[in-house]
Design a protein around this ligand. Structure first.
Ligand SMILES: [Zn+2]
Length: 307
């Protein structure tokens, strides 16, 4: 009878532990009554190891879980640098073919482009790149047929311009699971997948998190995102910005200290050419040097460039 009581208690403890995935200790020690134990073994204490999963948040539906609005985070003020943890080292390719990037995150034709465009053929299967829960699955102006998946680290990925949506809001999704078909719906010029990475409504340059080569690698287990990687104006949609991934808070804070250099205007230079050559924006050059976009540049003129 006492044995039965003991095993029931242990089962109860084990189920309690399963429910609490955010426990930080590595094990839990349970002292057992000597009268019971003498008959079972010589040990007076048992130790149950706990698998620590600090990056998994099982309550991702607790906050801002609105399945009717694309961006329910209008009131949120995200603090930077922002830490993102990944429990995987690879993501699943969203399309079943070689990824051809037709446009990156950044400034494009005078407007911000807040995702990455991956070429596809209408009807291609599109899959979720990581585990998560579908937060939004419906038509949205601009994005067309859209699926938003919230992942367990709080990151959301958006799959836009789909020709068909296979999933519905609140569906639990595994990495690599089919969510719909690629297409050309909404404000789109030709079939492609517009893939967005965002956290609490802040758009993140997807290349900063994911390597879009065939490796399908996530760039680090712990990634610190600075504001620079959330502002399209600092990037060009036509070429990939220089990437230095911050893997610690110290690196992220150090990267915030702006570096300056002096650029001497050459023959044939325009603000556009100078900004592209120096991987910065026209707005930044104008602001730093107190000039306007229409200012005439003189050969030999010195411009301060903030990197
Ligand atoms: Zn796009």
């Amino acid at each position: 009878m006492k044995h039965l009581f003991l095993s029931i208690s242990l089962c109860f403890f084990a189920s309690m532990l399963n429910a609490q995935e955010d426990i930080i200790t590595n094990s839990i020690k349970i002292k057992l009554p000597a009268s019971v134990l003498d008959k079972v073994s010589n040990t007076k204490e048992i130790e149950i190891p706990i698998v620590n999963k600090p990056t998994i948040n099982t309550n991702i539906k607790d906050e801002f879980w609105d399945t009717t609005v694309y961006n329910p985070y209008k009131s949120v003020n995200v603090e930077f640098p922002l830490k993102l943890n990944f429990s995987d080292s690879n993501y699943a390719s969203p399309i079943p073919r070689k990824k051809v990037i037709t446009s990156r995150y950044g400034w494009r034709r005078g407007r911000p482009h807040k995702g990455i465009d991956i070429d596809l053929i209408t009807g291609d299967s599109v899959v979720a790149i990581l585990d998560g829960i579908v937060r939004f699955a419906r038509y949205s102006s601009g994005h067309g047929n859209t699926v938003v998946v919230r992942h367990y680290n709080g990151l959301e990925t958006t799959y836009a311009h789909l020709s068909h949506i296979e999933v519905k809001a609140n569906d639990t999704i595994a990495k690599g699971q089919y969510i719909g078909k690629g297409g050309n719906t909404g404000n789109s010029r030709g079939s492609h997948l517009h893939l967005v990475a965002s956290y609490m409504g802040e758009y993140i340059h997807p290349d900063y998190l994911f390597d879009f080569s065939e490796s399908n690698a996530i760039r680090a287990r712990e990634i610190w995102v600075t504001k620079k990687w959330t502002r399209p104006v600092y990037h060009s949609s036509r070429k990939l910005s220089n990437l230095t991934i911050c893997e610690t808070e110290e690196e992220a804070l150090a990267s915030l200290i702006k570096q300056r250099k002096v650029y001497i205007v050459r023959q044939g230079d325009t603000l556009s050419r100078i900004s592209k050559r120096n991987n910065t924006s026209i707005a930044s050059i104008c602001n730093t040097n107190k000039i306007s976009r229409t200012s005439t540049l003189k050969i030999g003129q010195k411009l301060v460039i903030e990197l």
